[in-house]
Each structure stands twice: as structure tokens, then as C-alpha cells.
Design a protein around this ligand. Sequence first.
Ligand code: HEC
Length: 144
Amino acid sequence: MKLINLIFVFFSFFLVSACGGSDKKKTVSTDQKITLSEKDLEQGAVLFRAKCMNCHMQSGKGIEKFYPPLAGSDYLRDNLEDAIHMVKFGSNKPIKVNGVKYNGLMPASGLTDEELVLVFNFVLNSWGNDYGSVTLDQIKAIKR
Ligand code: HEC
């Protein structure tokens, strides 16, 4: 084979492999850079509907003064570890979300660490939130 043919073959191979990527995946950049698949987000949405929606609403907006919003929440954005702690173990301390005070009771979710990864990654990337992502190790590290 002539060299020019070889180069051509090489290039077409390169092009095919470069375009064959999965555009269904959404890359969330954090320091660890993990990739969230549509499937993970869908599973997170199912958990959200079953375990969180009653209070935080389908829109993620909550009910002002009673149930804080997750959509656009500055608390979630700035206190992620604490937010995970609250969902994992329950919470009834006074907090302020987007300037509004809340002091309601959120019962412990009862979800496994694996389920918490899914539901948090859904919440962190829904309703316009672009708050990064969490890993199983991060969730596991949060103890009582
Ligand atoms: C029974 C109602 C209820 C349910 C169900 C519930 N929450 Fe909450 N959530 C609350 C209340 C009330 C607070 C404020 C708690 C406080 O003041 O300590 C809160 C606070 C939060 C916060 C921190 C504040 C904020 O708005 O950013 C996050 C994050 C959160 N919830 C996520 C979840 C997730 C995820 C689920 C489902 C696994 C869930 N919640 C289920 C009532 C609920």
C-alpha cells in the first residue's frame, strides 16, 4: 500500500472513532469529572418522585416558608455536604435558603448510599441547577 493510502486509512479510522462517541451522556465538570448517564438521571428522577416530591414539589421549588426549594437553592449549592447529611439522617435545624428562613422537619430519607448518589445527582442537575455531581465515596464519607 502506498503511504498516502495508509494515511487515508488512518484518518478515516480516526474520524469514525471520534464521531462514534455517545452524545447521550452529560459531562459534569467537578474536580473529579464524572459522567452522568441519562439512565442515572432517570433513576434519580424516579427516586425524587417517590421520596422528595411530596415536600419539595415536582418543580423543585418547594413551598415557601415550609419546604425549601431545591431548584436554584443557594444552600444546596454552597453547603452540599451538609445538605447530604440532612437528607441522609434527617434535619430540623433552622436554615436559610435564598434569604428565606426554614425550620421544618425533614425525616431521614431511608435511602441507601447508592440511591442517595442517584437522587443527589438528579437534584444537582435539574430545573436549571448546574451544581456538579457527587460520588459514592463522597456520600459514604458523610457520617452522623
Ligand atoms: C416531609 C417533607 C420532606 C421530604 C419528603 C424531603 N424533604 Fe428535604 N427538606 C424538608 C424540610 C422541611 C427542609 C428544611 C429542614 C431544616 O430546616 O432543617 C428540607 C431541606 C432539604 C435540603 C437543604 C435545603 C435546600 O433547600 O437546599 C435538601 C438539599 C433537601 N431537603 C433535599 C431532599 C431530598 C433529596 C429529598 C428526597 C430524598 C427530600 N429532601 C425529602 C422537607 C422534606
